[in-house]
Design a protein around this ligand. Structure first.
Ligand SMILES: C[S@@+](CC[C@H](N)C(=O)[O-])C[C@H]1O[C@@H](n2cnc3c(N)ncnc32)[C@H](O)[C@@H]1O
Length: 412
């Protein structure tokens, strides 16, 4: 059994203590142990082999959720978490182990996910580590309780807000904006009260900041511009409030470099980039293609993508389509390479079936959810061989991973 992250909603409350030996990480954050009756327990913030006194707080027929009360026998791998809010705010899962151990855990969880979901015995072929373990996140959405004047994040499996001064994962400039949002009401200006509801902050590596959804005295509700440099080329990207951008800009160049390495050098390929956002991948790969088409469903992202093509004076043959990936792909037809970078749900049946029907020479699939990627690759493996699978660690300290794969048609 694996943890889906939605369990607590289906369980009934209980209150029981037990001492258990932790077996292994279970994916989506917690580790797995068995209670004295052999029932599966999902326990957060503990490590394999540790002996732990736990409080079981929610239970179903065949599994239960537990919190650690005391680590009786700590693992030698355990370290002090770098953040004072770890295990209170629900954002991080693995701060209690070193970065190298986090990578090891994620690697085996991904391999296990492919076995479980797709019955595929795969090995990660490479790892792209994040240049920063902390301070890497370029956007944060804060939860607000205006009555109690709290700003922070939900406790794990709860709607109660843990008030924070700063998040260890966010860029320092975001912490500055958070401080400003927590204190602007002290100036007693009617138009700048304590935030009345949740708000979002976006930052760039050059410390441009946008603050959205609430009035701010010291920041603007504006698009920001990020510059990404890969293989001797620097491109500037406009990111509007409602557009998607990868959260770890420090790792993005290495990920893009790897994507480019999967392309042919002759610039002879037609490339379709499905789920293209603001054209982050599209514009870079267009330099290595005969023709490139980006497809994206969010209007603001497509507007940004076209703007980004213009401000970077890109004259390679690149265009963007607004619409659903599957619907647009039907209009486009086949290509030599199809890049897909879908949301966590993965591809829908129509899009996946079209990939099998059009059978491009290569599919480059990037995903932030191992289980849906495993499902899709399992189905695509009817015609494709998985040649490369990179763990791209966009989200250090959390259980989340980005995966980048190269699938090559079996008859090529
Ligand atoms: C994980 S993001 C990837 C964006 C882009 N590749 C990047 O790296 O910046 C997924 C994108 O898919 C878009 N999207 C979601 N559902 C879609 C659909 N059915 N068809 C096309 N795009 C979709 C989202 O708006 C989002 O921009």
């Amino acid at each position: 059994m694996e943890f889906s992250g939605k369990e607590s909603r289906k369980l009934k409350s209980v209150d029981r203590e037990e001492i258990v030996r932790i077996e292994r990480f279970a994916g989506e954050g917690p580790a797995l142990a068995y209670d004295k009756d052999g029932k599966i327990l999902f326990v957060r913030y503990v490590l394999p082999n540790e002996l732990v006194k736990v409080k079981i707080y929610k239970e179903a027929k065949d599994y239960a959720m537990a919190d650690p009360l005391e680590i009786i026998e700590p693992s030698p791998l355990r370290r002090d978490a770098p953040c004072e809010y770890f295990a209170m705010c629900g954002g991080c899962d693995y701060q209690m182990i070193t970065y190298a151990e986090q990578i090891k855990a994620k690697k085996s969880l991904v391999e296990e996910t492919f076995r479980r979901v797709a019955n595929m015995d795969i090995s990660i072929t490479g790892i792209l580590e994040s240049p920063k373990e902390l301070g890497y996140r370029n956007n944060m959405t804060y939860k607000v309780n205006p009555r109690r004047e709290l700003i922070g994040f939900f406790r794990k499996d709860s709607k109660s807000i843990v008030d924070i001064k700063k998040c260890a994962l966010e860029m320092p400039s975001i912490s500055g904006a958070l401080h400003s949002m927590k204190t602007q009401h002290l100036e007693k200006l009617e138009e700048y009260p304590f935030p009345k509801h949740n708000f979002k902050v976006r930052a760039t590596t050059t410390d441009e900041i946008g603050v959205y959804w609430v009035p701010t005295k010291y920041y603007e509700d504006k698009a920001v511009y990020e510059t990404i440099s890969v293989a001797g080329k620097s491109l500037k990207y406009k990111i509007s409030k409602d557009s998607f951008f990868q959260v770890n800009p420090f790792l993005v160049p290495f990920w893009l470099e790897k994507i480019i390495s999967f392309l042919d050098e002759e610039k002879s390929e037609k490339i379709v980039d499905l789920y293209c956002g603001i054209g982050l991948i599209t514009l870079f790969v267009s330099f290595y293609a005969k023709e490139t088409i980006g497809v994206e469903i969010a209007k603001s992202s497509v507007l940004d993508a076209n703007h980004n093509k213009e401000i970077n004076e890109i004259d390679s043959n690149v265009s963007f389509m607004l619409g659903d990936a599957g619907e647009c792909l039907k209009q486009i037809g086949s290509a030599d390479v199809i890049i897909v970078d879908p949301p966590r749900a993965g591809m829908d049946d129509i899009t996946r079936d079209l990939l099998l029907e059009y059978a491009p020479k290569k599919i480059i699939y990037s995903s932030c959810k191992a289980s849906t990627m495993a499902r899709d690759i399992g189905i695509l493996s009817e015609k494709y061989e998985l040649k490369e699978l990179y763990l791209v660690d966009m989200f250090p300290q959390t259980h989340h991973v980005e995966l980048l794969s190269l699938l090559v048609r079996k008859d090529v």
